[in-house]
Design a binder for this molecule. Structure first.
Ligand SMILES: [Fe+2]
Ligand SMILES: [Fe+2]
Length: 191
């Protein structure tokens, strides 16, 4: 089955308790929904994939090579459809999984997973602590600053944009637009 949004968050919370991980899921969900509209995809499905993509994160933190590889077991136990399971695995393509992103939904997830982190961090260091006035050019400046959000692998994001067939600047712009309406949910803005 394809879980509803609420069911997906319930499943996620069964295995993850750190609120920062829940917020990451929310950021990726919102971005996936935005790109689903752009690509004419199934917004609910893309959103659920975003929510569940790091389902095994807290259970594999001590052994990162298992990330994406424990997820199928956890999701099958909930009766989640294989379409979601393959998508979840493919976000670790070339890192901890050999499931290659095969369609717009999977390619988008692969690309925006870490990009959301870079954009949120770029928002948090602004005086406004908001994405409302964050522009692509300032994200690009942070992109080039290797010390900024240094856990974010720029090469992975670039590789993702390449397989999506969308210029990097456009992916960044769309991700900023995707995150703006949900910024108060993910620790940004004045709320
Ligand atoms: Fe992940
Ligand atoms: Fe993630």
């Amino acid at each position: 089955m394809i879980p509803t949004k609420d069911e997906a968050f319930t499943i996620l919370r069964k295995h993850n308790s750190d609120e920062s991980h829940i917020k990451h899921a929310r950021a990726v969900e919102g971005t996936m929904r935005h790109f689903a509209r752009r690509f004419g995809g199934d917004e609910e499905l893309w959103g659920v994939v975003g929510i569940l993509h790091d389902i095994d994160w807290e259970k594999t933190m001590s052994d990162p090579a298992r990330h994406c590889n424990l997820a199928p077991e956890l999701l099958r136990a909930e009766g989640v459809d294989e379409v979601v399971i393959h998508a979840v695995q493919s976000h670790g393509w070339g890192i901890c999984s050999d499931a290659e992103p095969r369609d717009d939904m999977e390619k988008t997830l692969f690309t925006i997973d870490e990009l959301t982190g870079l954009i949120i961090t770029a928002g948090l260091v602004r005086p406004s602590k908001s994405l409302a006035d964050l522009e692509v050019k300032s994200v690009k400046k942070k992109w080039k600053d290797k010390a900024f959000a240094k856990g974010v692998d720029r090469d992975i994001i670039q590789k993702g944009a390449d397989i999506m067939g969308v210029p990097l600047d456009e992916v960044i712009q769309e991700t900023i637009l995707a995150l703006r309406p949900i910024e108060s949910d993910i620790g940004l803005g004045s709320n």
